[in-house]
Design a protein around this ligand. Sequence first.
Ligand SMILES: C[S@@+](CC[C@H](N)C(=O)[O-])C[C@H]1O[C@@H](n2cnc3c(N)ncnc32)[C@H](O)[C@@H]1O
Length: 240
Amino acid sequence: MAQHNTHETADSRPDGPKTHGTNGDSDEGMTVRDIQDAYADYATWISRLRWLDHLFTGTYRRRQFAQADGRVLDVACGAGSNFRYLSEATEIVGIDVSEPLLEQARAELDALERGGTVAQMDAQDLEFDDDSFDTVISSFSTCTFPDQVAALREMQRVCRPDGRILLLEHGRSDSALVARYQEWRADSHYERSGCRLTQEPLEVVRRAGLSVDDVETAQFGRLTRIVCNGGATDRREVNR
Ligand SMILES: C[S@@+](CC[C@H](N)C(=O)[O-])C[C@H]1O[C@@H](n2cnc3c(N)ncnc32)[C@H](O)[C@@H]1O
């Protein structure tokens, strides 16, 4: 299988890709550098509100990520919120573009007394060989990737064909009332954080050509757990 090229890091590519807007269909949008700036501003709040995040999402993180095994890559790991839900038998590798959040992720590994490595890297351009992880996990990330399809295809490239890609995402609710609120907030939320409140996670995953094995939604359809296998039908196409 062809090796992936050596990549620039997010830092060495300040403009990042100009890609999708709030609905992933426009050429105007946040760049990787914009995302780094936004999360530098949020890092302190993310640290302070970590307990609240675990209260609302811990059940879903555990349910989705306790099944990860072997060498595990957490793409856009942020502050390392998933690490505590991974089995002790796994080898953790985390990547994110935000250095302040990666500092928190390193502290989380220390607090859990877990080995593992975290590194600054662009999810859209992973610096790993093809098929180098048994499980690739990612949570609440496709909403923020400037190029969602590129990032998902990278997850598939680095995942072994017999491995799994486990995603936990948020998106448009299937409750009309909640969806209306999300639509009302979508543009300002995107401008502040680069996060698409009204994305359709399953549609994005399908657009990337990943092969979906299982899907489950919760919280009025706002949260979606998606299990994909590492071997998409159009894998050769994807690797081009
Ligand atoms: C909403 S946070 C989720 C963080 C973490 N996965 C969690 O569940 O708490 C979105 C994360 O995506 C990261 N991110 C956005 N675009 C990225 C990219 N192109 N490459 C790597 N990380 C990225 C941000 O830095 C941020 O940590």
